[in-house]
Design a protein around this ligand. Structure first.
Ligand code: SF4
Length: 58
């Protein structure tokens, strides 16, 4: 699974709240790719919760 965050991110923090192993907030959300494996369900939940649909899961 590949996870990226688009520039439309507004740094709201929702993804970090759902899965802080994978997402952390700087100017925008940053993905810790090493933590994606094993957290796929939470990553999908965060992608669904993102208010601007900035999380792309491939
Ligand atoms: S939930 Fe979406 S808008 Fe909010 S910090 Fe995460 S990627 Fe950015």
């Amino acid at each position: 699974m590949k996870v990226t965050v688009e520039d439309s991110c507004i740094a709201c923090g929702a993804c970090e709240s759902i899965c802080d192993a994978v997402f952390s907030i700087d100017d925008k959300a940053v993905v810790n790719e090493a933590a994606v494996a094993g957290n796929e369900d939470a990553v999908k939940e965060a992608a669904d919760a993102c208010p601007v649909s900035a999380i792309v899961v491939e």
